[in-house]
Ligand binder design. Structure first.
Ligand code: SF4
Ligand code: SF4
Length: 355
């Protein structure tokens, strides 16, 4: 009896796993669609396939300390990966998540091995205007009933401008961008990527996308937690998830503060369509509309720094500096177009109206 008590006292208490709502794993970086504004930058990145053995190592190590409500398998386009089934089996065997979701643009679903549907709990099909799927909604519903997975068809008719190719120079603005970022906070778009755990989906792509701009930006070691050979993995993940400091990647991003614009496919050979000063100006106008004058000011200042010879951002900045009482008095004296342009209100178009 005494010996049993002694044994029990040597058993270390089990440390509960970190519970996380969801995380993603990208099977490819490239895609068979070219959506303008894709925040994974897939239309511009070269072909790249994830490695199955790496995936299994990552999930095995992470599952020791973390449990997910949902693991989203995506890309790029995951159905382009010839070893998709191996990834799905690996995801199931790891036991890391309650649910496995396959996120796809649907273009290759008609060619998918039926086992794919046996291995998933949810199929998320993004439906873009003008992009015709080879399987009709009825056929997808039939598959969902037959293989017992949840079907989510998400109509996606607009994108948010997220990534920018210039580094923000205003640290306070970057902090605000991070604070307001739904991808890192509300939406839990955490990403497991080649041995690292990131708190958002655009950050793992920073090095590859900035390489296209001719800039060497290495952020992996600062922006993520190393999963392997890390005896403090659990503690580091906890600290990382609590940390309210922006990532290096946030210096090249607008998070959820950018403008929304209608979905469109890029034309053949068309590059990344982004004008840094215009994106910042639009972010400022959106912030002003939601009453965040401080953030609007930072955005307008950034737009002025980027393009000092444009009048619009100066006028908008001046407007945000005036006390409320003064703007209320001046506003009726201005044309309604100028009034709305300065105040950010009644923005019918998704880009700020020209002054
Ligand atoms: S389908 Fe998805 S991954 Fe592909 S380009 Fe569009 S948004 Fe990006
Ligand atoms: S890089 Fe920063 S701002 Fe951009 S999505 Fe990630 S956490 Fe959000």
């Amino acid at each position: 009896m005494e010996a049993d008590t002694h044994e029990a006292s040597r058993v270390r208490p089990t440390v509960p796993k970190i519970l996380q709502r969801a995380a993603e794993y990208n099977l490819t970086e490239h895609c068979n669609l070219k959506c303008a504004g894709c925040n994974h930058f897939s239309p511009h990145l070269p072909q790249k396939f994830a490695d199955v053995a790496q995936f299994q190592r990552d999930l095995t190590a992470l599952s020791e300390v973390m449990h997910l409500g949902e693991l989203k398998i995506l890309g790029g386009e995951p159905l382009l990966h010839p070893d998709l089934l191996k990834f799905l089996h690996g995801a199931r065997d790891s036991g890391i998540a309650d649910e496995i979701t396959l996120v796809t643009n649907g273009l290759l679903l008609h060619r998918a091995d039926p086992t794919t549907f046996e291995l998933i709990d949810r199929l998320w099909v993004s439906l873009y205007p003008g992009v015709e799927l080879p399987l009709a909604t009825d056929e997808l519903k039939y598959l969902s009933d037959r293989y017992n997975f949840t079907l989510d068809i998400k109509k996606t008719d607009s994108f948010r401008s997220t990534t920018v190719s210039k580094r923000h120079r205003d640290g306070a603005m970057v902090r605000q961008i991070f604070d307001r970022c739904e991808l890192a906070h509300a939406r839990s778009c955490h990403t497991i990527d080649q041995g690292y755990y990131f708190k958002c989906s655009p950050a793992p792509f920073l090095t590859a996308r900035m390489a296209l701009e001719g800039e060497a930006v290495i952020n992996r070691e600062f922006d993520a937690v190393r999963i392997h050979d890390n005896p403090n993995l659990r503690e580091e993940l906890e600290t990382y998830l609590r940390d309210r400091n922006p990532l290096e990647a946030c210096h090249y991003c607008l998070g959820s503060s950018g403008r929304r614009f209608p979905h469109r496919q890029l034309k053949r050979g068309e590059g990344h369509d982004e004008s840094y000063h215009r994106e910042l100006e639009a972010a400022g106008t959106i912030a002003l509309r939601s009453g965040d004058r401080a953030f609007a000011r930072r955005c307008y200042l950034g737009a002025i720094r980027a393009r000092p010879f444009k009048l619009g951002p100066y006028l908008r900045l001046a407007w945000t500096l005036l006390p409320h009482g003064v703007t209320r008095k001046i506003a009726p004296m201005l044309s309604s177009r100028l009034q709305h342009s300065l105040s950010g209100q009644l923005q019918r178009t998704l880009t700020p109206p020209k002054l």
